[in-house]
Design a protein around this ligand. Structure first.
Ligand code: HEM
Ligand code: 7W1
Length: 287
């Protein structure tokens, strides 16, 4: 059922943001100098993407990613790097819940990679191991548009929100050892832009079977797209949205911010007194 967030305690969440942001800035060598930003965004998404609106199960509230059943979900391969990155932050701020930490990690990463401000509320409460949702709720990259539409409908999202959210694939890369997909990263692996949409529309894509026997789309500049990425330009309704975001990065940023905040808060009711935080970036604080 829907969880009720606990009333916000007198805590300095900007301090936690700054600790995460400083660590992202310092540890820049991870993944061939992409850094930890993208994998932190993916952890926030995967810890929230287990939500099912049909029975109000899953979602970020209980921080259940910390249990091995969820951590070992094949869809979560590679996220251990984000979990290990956040461990010393959790030791420094033991009062923060796992769910708040995983989602705050994603918000910090988006903003420090020059993405839009993401409003964030605290109050998630760790839940016990017997509340871990079943594996298999996170999306399969080999599928087409109708699968994507159904999966994001289960998460409570329409077409606009779905296309905006998948725009996060401008960040980071795929890794053979995690998902069986491989590709040198996109044009801006650690800077949040609308490049994913521009790339989708402008490059010449060919479908190949990679050395792991997995089908993926490759282009002449060495970038790749997943089948579910390509579905966004094959489906006429999705394609309209891809064109809109490729033309106007500000509209993409506005829609992404709303959808990402909603994703991180699915299945949670927040008390009115828990106002959304709009965190300052390190640059904005001259740190
Ligand atoms: C149809 C929906 C989606 C599918 C099938 C999908 C699938 C994948 C796959 C297969 C990878 C590569 C993982 C690896 O090999 O390390 C990946 C990476 C990533 N995904 Fe998605 N994803 C989806 C939606 C999203 C959404 C909604 C977000 C965030 C809002 C997101 C953020 C990321 C990021 C940031 C990475 C890069 C991680 C890294 O560089 O380590 N994805 N995704
Ligand atoms: C350019 C591009 C396309 N698709 C992706 C899917 C997952 C992760 C990264 C991606 C990426 N950089």
């Amino acid at each position: 059922g829907v969880h009720v967030a606990e009333k916000e305690a007198k805590r300095d969440y900007q301090e936690v943001y700054n600790a995460i942001a400083t660590k992202i800035r310092d540890e820049d060598e991870y993944d061939n100098y992409i850094g930890y930003g993208p994998v932190l965004v993916r952890l926030a998404w995967h810890s929230s993407g287990t939500f099912d609106r049909n029975d109000n199960s899953g979602g970020s509230f209980g921080g259940t990613y910390r249990f091995k059943k969820e951590m070992n979900d094949p869809s979560n391969k590679g996220l251990q790097n984000a979990f290990d990155f956040l461990r010393p932050i959790h030791e420094q701020f033991p009062w923060i819940s796992s769910g708040d930490l995983y989602t705050l990690g994603g918000v910090t990463a988006v903003q420090e990679m020059m993405g839009p401000k993401i409003p964030w509320r605290s109050g998630r409460v760790d839940q016990p191991e017997n509340t871990v949702p079943d594996n298999g709720r996170l999306p399969d990259a080999s599928q087409g548009a109708s699968y994507v539409r159904n999966l994001f409908d289960r998460l409570g999202f329409g077409d606009r929100e779905t296309v905006a959210l998948i725009g996060a694939h401008a960040l980071g890369k795929t890794h053979y050892e995690n998902s069986g997909y491989e590709g040198p990263w996109g044009p801006s692996p650690n800077v949040f832009t609308n490049d994913f949409f521009v790339n989708l529309l402008n490059a010449h894509w060919t479908l190949n079977t990679n050395k792991k026997g997995v089908k993926q789309w490759d282009n002449d500049q060495g970038h790749m797209m997943l089948p579910t990425d390509m579905a966004l330009v094959k489906d006429p309704k999705y394609r309209k949205l891809v064109e809109e975001y490729a033309k106007d990065q500000d509209v993409f940023f506005r829609d992404f911010s709303k959808a990402f905040a909603k994703l991180l808060e699915n299945n949670i009711k927040f008390p009115d007194q828990n106002k959304p935080h709009y965190f300052k970036t390190l640059d904005e604080q001259d740190l």
